[in-house]
Write a protein that binds this ligand. Sequence first.
Ligand code: NCD
Length: 310
Amino acid sequence: MSRDHWSGKDVLSILDFSRQDLEQLFALADEFIRRPGAVEKSLSDRIVATAFFEPSTRTRLSFTTAALKLGAKVVDLSPDASSVMKGESLHDTILMLEAYSDLIVMRHPSEGAALLASEVAKIPIINGGDGSQHHPSQAMLDLFTIKRLKGRIDGLRYAILGDARYARTVTSLLYGLSKYRPASVYLVSPEGLRLRSEIKATLEGFNLETQELDKIDDVLGKVDVIYMTRIQKERFPDVNEYERVKGSYRIDKATLVKAKGAIVLHPLPRMNELAYDVDSLPSAAYMEQARLGVPLRMALLDSVLGRTKK
Ligand code: NCD
C-alpha cells in the first residue's frame, strides 16, 4: 500500500487529505486492529514530542500510546512546567522541540498556531486542535468509527448536535464528510450555537448540504449517526452568551427510544448534555470511538513518520 502522500506531511486540517488518503489510513488502522501481534515497531528509532497548550485526555494519551506501540519514545512539553511560563515564544519553543524530536503533536488555544509551528519546524506537525478551527485527527477518528460500526460513510443520515459555533470537532467532521456523500446532514443547535457563516460558506463551496434545526426530536428516527458535542464554554467571548445557551440540550436513555438503530458518538469529554444512562444502550458508541483513537493514531503516525528518511 502506498503511503507516499502522507509521508513527512504536516497534518493541519482534514481538508488537506483526499478521500483516497483517508481510506488508506483507515485500511492501515484496520490492519493494526486485525493483527495486533504483527504490528511492526516502525518508529523504534523515532522520538515523538507532545505539546499541549490546552488540556487533553484522549488526544494526548492516545497519540502517546500509539507512538509507544510503534516503538517510538515520547517527550512531553507540559507547557505549565516549561519556559513557556517564563514567556518563551511559540516560535522558540517549536524550534527546541524540533531539535529534540522527529514529529510534534501540538494543541493550542489560538487558531493558526499549528500552521505557524509548521512554518517554523521542518519536521511534521500534527495539529491536535487549534482554537475553534481544526482537529483533523479527531475527524479522521470519527469517520473511521462510523465506517467500522456502520460499514460505510456514504449514504448515511447524520445529526450533529450541540455547539456548531465553537466546536472544532464539528467543523472538522463536516470538512471530512464533504469528501464523502452523506444522504443528509442535520445541524441541531440552539440559535447561539449555529455554525459560523464563514464555515457555512466553505461547506457550500464543497457542495455539502446541511440543514439547521433547533431540536433533536425533529430528526430522531430519521438518522443513522448522532454526533454530540459539549458546549465549548472556554471559547465564548462573553460569559452572558454562554449562560444563555447553557443546558439548552441533553440526550438521555428516554430520548433515544425513538432513535431506532442510530449510533451515538461524542468526542468527549461529556458534560451534562449526554446522560450516563445512555452508556448501557447498544447505540452508545462514544467509548468505542475513544478506544479506536489508538489504532487510528498509530496509522497516522506510521503513515507520516514510518517511512520518512532521517
Ligand atoms: C475535543 C476537543 O478538544 O476539541 N476533545 C477531544 O479531542 N476529544 C472536544 C471537546 O473538548 O469538547
